[in-house]
Design a protein around this ligand. Structure first.
Ligand code: ATP
Length: 453
């Protein structure tokens, strides 16, 4: 696809997100707040499905990982020890012509001359370090002693609770602590829709292991995480494991991969998988004076574990899911004429609504009652949408556009009016093939649950 069709595709995606209630601008009626977004009724379902699936495979389906949920505000000492207060910065440049604030690495380089990407201006300030943490005050006095920050990552609460979690969970190495939660970064230049936001969610695992096994677990987690994306509907050929070269890696890391995805606006990071050695625990040991170590019962050795961290962004993955799912094809309208169909081809596991239920006609009491009964039958098992308004083709189209993988229609055959053998059967329509099969109502729950899990 060429540049302009990629831009058009992105514009269509952003407008669909707003029109159908996936993502809205935060504080929209007041002109918005740059870098902040609200998830609407469908967006929240998609996001929840993603987080639940991550939790399922990273925590529930494993014996070696436990979860936690840390606070967003933490003692300032955490951010001093972790290095964030001094070094969590991006180089910032001001354009003196159009007054834009820019990240130094986003400048255009034309034959060795740096230019502003907004106005092309060459009158730029020298880069200076800009700390990305949001500063705030805890308590009633606003002075240096009450300063802290909104967390820029969830990982640090895992490190500082390492000892508590180890004791209560009685896990042996290797084992992991997982967390999903909000993080905040005062990004210099939020852009590409939700891709770079100032408030976002992370899904992080800190996997503690012996030093000699660090590289092995790095490779293991890279592969696990690639499989995860495939299992939510992102094909392997759109994913790239980019190995960060020595000179670009954090000094304490012995190996880091960025998992990247081909967004319409370019290849960009979804997740970082990093072998962080024992850097974080050692920093907190030094600063707090507390022993964040591990005692190996077998060898009777005491040591500080190393850690491998797969750190994923919820919002970036949601955006990748939407970008990957967006498609246009053709389908016949009511009169059989082919028209363009917008369809979100979500993996059924991720789809916000799993099944739509329609009575063929709105003004037939029996059809309506039966359809409502079926919706109620399915509701305890999945998110269902009942719709009785408009021609059936239009109702299918509305569901295609939001990625509902299945639709059940109650018709006169369900009532046994045409063929008694078809009583209590319904049509089950597949979003992608648009094919319909006739299935007994009694089998619906098991058919659908097996397809959406
Ligand atoms: P980038 O280089 O894109 O700024 P990063 O390398 O600083 O990202 P990490 O610190 O590795 O990101 O954070 C882990 C994950 O958290 C990222 O892979 C991304 O999915 C998510 N993330 C980080 N910053 C943002 C942001 N501003 N908006 C949305 N998600 C983010």
């Amino acid at each position: 696809m060429n540049k302009s069709s990629d831009t058009q595709r992105m514009e269509k995606i952003v407008s669909l997100c707003k029109r159908r209630g996936f993502i809205f601008q935060s504080s929209e009626i007041y002109g918005g707040l740059n870098g902040c977004w609200d998830y609407g009724p469908l967006g929240v379902e998609l996001k929840r499905n993603l987080k639940n699936y991550w939790w399922r495979v990273m925590v529930h389906e494993r014996d070696d990982v436990v979860g936690m949920d840390g606070s967003i505000l933490m003692n300032r000492a955490v951010w001093k020890a972790s290095g964030h207060e001094d070094t969590f910065t991006d180089p910032m440049v001001d354009c003196r012509s159009c007054k834009a604030r820019l990240r130094a690495d986003q400048l255009i380089d034309k034959k060795g001359v740096k230019q502003c990407p907004n106005c092309g201006g060459k009158d730029l300030t020298a880069p200076r370090a800009f700390n990305l943490m949001f500063k705030t005050f805890v308590g009633a006095t606003e002075d240096e002693s009450s300063v802290t920050y909104l967390r820029p990552e969830t990982a640090q609460s895992i490190f500082v609770q390492f000892k508590n979690v180890l004791e209560v969970s009685r896990k042996k190495l290797p084992f992991g602590i997982a967390q999903i939660g909000k993080a905040f970064r005062n990004e210099i230049n939020p852009r590409n829709f939700t891709f770079r936001s100032r408030e976002f969610e992370q899904m992080e695992l800190e996997y503690f292991c012996r030093a000699e096994e660090g590289m092995k677990w790095l490779d293991y987690w890279l592969e696990e995480r690639l499989k995860f994306y495939e299992n939510i509907g992102i094909p392997r050929e759109k994913l790239h494991a980019h190995e960060i070269p020595d000179e670009e890696r954090a000094f304490y890391s012995k190996g880091t991969y960025d998992i990247e995805f081909d967004f319409p606006f370019g290849r960009q990071e979804l997740e970082g998988v990093a072998y962080r050695t024992d850097y974080d625990l050692q920093q907190h040991i030094k600063a707090s004076g507390k022993p964040l170590d591990y005692f190996d019962e077998e060898t009777k050795q005491r040591f500080v574990p190393h850690v491998v961290e797969p750190s994923a962004g919820v919002d970036r993955t949601v955006l990748a899911l939407i970008c990957e799912a967006y498609d246009e094809d053709t389908a016949p309208d009511e009169k059989g004429k082919l028209e363009t169909r917008i369809v979100l081809r979500f993996h059924p596991r991720m789809a916000p609504i799993k099944c739509a239920v329609f009575p063929l006609l709105k003004n037939n009491e029996q059809l309506v009652a039966k359809a409502k009964e079926i919706a109620d039958l399915l509701r305890p098992h999945m998110n269902v949408f009942y719709d009785e308004t408009g021609a059936i083709g239009r109702r299918y189209r509305r569901q295609d556009e939001i990625g509902t993988p299945f639709a059940v229609t109650v018709d006169f055959e369900t009532l046994g009016e045409k063929d008694p053998a078809l009583r209590d059967t319904v049509t089950l329509r597949d979003r992608d093939s648009m094919k319909q099969e006739r299935v007994p109502i009694t089998e619906l729950v098991s058919i659908l649950t097996s397809r959406i899990r």
